[in-house]
Write a protein that binds this ligand. Structure first.
Ligand code: SAM
Ligand code: SF4
Length: 330
């Protein structure tokens, strides 16, 4: 039986974080000197695969691999190969910062990766260094070109614009995206940041960015929009491609949420913002059966609330003490 919650939302989409480690240090995501999970606490690929087989047996069809930075985990192609051979899994995608993509993308595509999203918040090398505390913009751009060569198109770029930091780059992203054939998706800054700087006033809303883009490149709603997908997508009227807006704060999409999350240390979360995660690693390592694991997952899904982002919107403040994105898997 599928995993449905009390609001009859079907959960068929899993984000699996394969590591909390990262080769960048985006200041809104992690501290300069993070404390990583001890290696013994990280699930190995076989353990992750076992949980994903249980989830797939109950209707999970899509798996997005994330982190931390998933490409810093060794042998990711082996994990993708395991997923690609899993009954029920129809779509395998990856969210990466792109730094290591250039050499890895072809083996990953060969292993069965269907789609890749690359996170990139600035096209300016100096700003890239400020935002990520590393100097790797050229590698990311080379990785994007390599992903296009490997056929993982249309490439999706995830961009978070922050008020007073990089909010002026929307137009530059659009110009570059139209030239390169990328689909940029502007994501609103969410209160899961590392450094306590989230504040509604720093959120550049999708509506604001859309208005700015529309003034230069008129947009029309994309008729092929999937209403349950988080991105509201628009087509450039002149045929120059597509752009998306993930309005996670100004228009939370909790009502259609189909997502579940597994962290690298074996915790299972039903909502980005809900700290009531359950531990699957301990029962898994103590020999729980597939039915036992499915029972724990079902119970957690039945406990899922209406939606964390909706609560933030209502309270207009950050939720207390949640893990940051690199530990949950964005
Ligand atoms: N390292 C990979 C990457 O950067 O794509 C995967 C993990 S990262 C946590 C996933 C996504 O979460 C990135 O697109 C990042 O920009 C986004 N993210 C992290 N913290 C965020 C926040 N507070 N608000 C919005 N997006 C955030
Ligand atoms: Fe690393 Fe991604 Fe977080 Fe940046 S957003 S620090 S790339 S996990």
């Amino acid at each position: 039986m599928e995993f449905r919650d009390r609001f009859d939302r079907l959960h068929d989409d899993l984000r699996v974080s394969v590591t909390d480690r990262c080769n960048l240090r985006c200041s809104y995501c992690m501290p300069e000197q993070p404390v990583w999970f001890p290696r013994s606490q990280i699930l190995d690929y076989e353990e992750m695969h076992r949980l994903i087989r249980v989830l797939a047996a109950h209707g999970v069809r899509k798996v997005r691999i994330t982190g931390g930075e998933p490409l810093v985990r060794k042998d990711l192609d082996r994990f993708i190969h395991l997923l690609a051979g899993t009954a029920g899994i129809e779509d395998i995608s990856l969210t990466t910062n792109g730094v290591l993509l250039q050499d890895m993308v072809q083996p990953l595509a060969d292993a069965g990766l269907n789609r890749v999203n690359v996170s990139l918040d600035t096209l300016d090398p100096m700003r890239f260094r400020q935002l990520t505390r590393r100097d790797d913009l050229d590698q990311v751009l080379a990785g994007l070109d390599a992903a296009a060569v490997a056929g993982l198109t249309p490439l999706k770029i995830n961009t978070v614009l922050l008020r007073g930091t990089n909010e002026d780059e929307a137009e530059r992203f659009v110009e570059t995206a139209r030239d390169k054939g990328w689909e940029v998706r502007f994501i609103e800054f969410m209160p899961l940041e590392n450094n306590g700087t989230w504040d509604l006033s720093r959120v550049v809303t999708g509506q604001e960015i859309r208005d700015r883009i529309h003034a230069g490149w008129p947009l029309d709603p994309d008729p092929s929009n999937d209403p349950s997908a988080p991105a509201a997508r628009f087509l450039f009227r002149d045929g120059g491609g597509r752009v998306g807006f993930i309005n996670s704060i100004s228009e939370p999409f909790c009502g259609d949420c189909s997502r579940l999350r597994l962290t690298a240390d074996g915790k299972f979360r039903v909502c980005l913002y809900d700290n009531a995660e359950i531990d699957l690693k301990t029962p898994l390592r103590q020999g729980a059966s597939d039915d036992d694991l499915a029972g724990l997952i079902r119970e957690a899904v039945l406990g899922k609330g209406r939606g964390g982002a909706l609560e933030i919107l209502e309270r207009k403040e950050r939720l207390p003490g949640t893990r940051t994105m690199h530990q949950i898997g964005g």
